[in-house]
Design a protein around this ligand. Sequence first.
Ligand SMILES: Cc1cc2nc3c(=O)[nH]c(=O)nc-3n(C[C@H](O)[C@H](O)[C@H](O)COP(=O)(O)OP(=O)(O)OC[C@H]3O[C@@H](n4cnc5c(N)ncnc54)[C@H](O)[C@@H]3O)c2cc1C
Length: 426
Amino acid sequence: MTVGQGDTESAGRQPYEYVIIGGGIHGTCLANYLLADGGYCHDEVRIVEPRDELLASFELKARQCGMKTLRSTFVQHIDSEPFSLESFAEGAGLGAELVATDDYPSRPTLDLFLDHARAVIDRADIDDCHRQTRAIGIDSSDDSLQIETPDTRFEARRVILALGLGADPTYPEWAAGLSDGAPITHVWHGEFDPSTAAAFDGETYVVGGGITAGQLACTLSEQTSVTLLSRHQLASALSEADPYWLNWRHLERELHSLPPGSQARHDRVRAARNDATIPPYVERRLDEARDCGALDVLIGEIVCAHATENGLLLRFADGTTDSNAQVILATGLDPVLDHPLVSTVAESLSLQRGTNGFPVLDDRTLAWQRTDGSPSPVYVSGALAEPSVGPFARNVIGARRVAERLLDPPDQADSRRATPRYSGTS
Ligand SMILES: Cc1cc2nc3c(=O)[nH]c(=O)nc-3n(C[C@H](O)[C@H](O)[C@H](O)COP(=O)(O)OP(=O)(O)OC[C@H]3O[C@@H](n4cnc5c(N)ncnc54)[C@H](O)[C@@H]3O)c2cc1C
């Protein structure tokens, strides 16, 4: 695509070394690595993020679903030193916010995780790199990349795509025809607020069978009557995948040995991820709410819904109905592969896409390959990097794995190196 004619942020200066697109967990963590460990200065790194604060997207979602603690462990955070969060908690007298977990390392509360992340942002002055705008395209000229936004352009030697999980909430088909005022929303809708939802005078159905639905149902059941509606039996898993998948050696053996861009890689990642599962500590909250009579769990599916004067009339797959209901969907986000920037960038820079449209990356550097097989200066982090970074790519720890490859890629001959510095649980 052709870059527009607006002002250029970097006019009259050298291109930035890195422009990171997305200031969420991954973009912020990578900026911290580049500044703290990579030796880059603030003038060389930009984060393009439309929200007014870094990490705002994650915080909003976490608050919307009533998340109290992270699912991941205390060594998984945005700083580069594994025990940074633990030291921060001890120094601030917040040791009690590291929650002991059976057969698992402690997990931080959401507040502790975010307080620590803000301390990292302040320490490295990462806000100084943040430009509040949205990337809408990337083109190449001479030796650099031009990143287009609605108001300006950035010139960079390298770009990192850190776009997150997906741009839009997923709505089931039966919800499509409902009028705007109908009492149905999605937990990731920008305006959703659990305290307003709890004021509904009728039964609240939380639709979904994973951790988000579980946490939301527990939170709402503290104030109103809730049915958690899942189309499958609730399944339990402590972590998103087996911790072996945190280790580069394991990833190289089990994933990188399969052809890049192949269905086989995709299938291996899907099989390893404990998607749509609920950790035991949320199961316990659900059980307690059930025991108090504040929550029901129903296995089934809504097949149609009509808006009436008294809330929704719902029909379920088994033929039963309920009336005077509101629905809150916890049905996830559309795949990040549907993010418009992914196809725009692939097209304008002739980049290779594999099964289901995933970028085909160089496993050693995480550079997105061109269709001629050469490495491009576009790097990928987060869910988009799953075929190379594996089942934890989208998680907090996935950003650290990407930083390792960006700053210190293994030699071609030495790509069987183990995960540096940290144990398997980091
Ligand atoms: C509620 C919740 C709880 C989670 N809990 C955990 C957990 O405990 N442990 C764990 O390891 N993982 C967890 N995850 C998974 C994962 O760690 C988080 O989703 C994390 O936010 C992913 O980081 P990210 O940077 O990829 O995405 P995000 O944090 O969502 O950031 C992506 C950013 O990209 C920006 N963006 C998108 N398009 C553009 C564009 N065109 N231009 C510029 N910027 C753009 C967005 O505005 C957003 O700020 C959780 C996820 C959710 C939703």
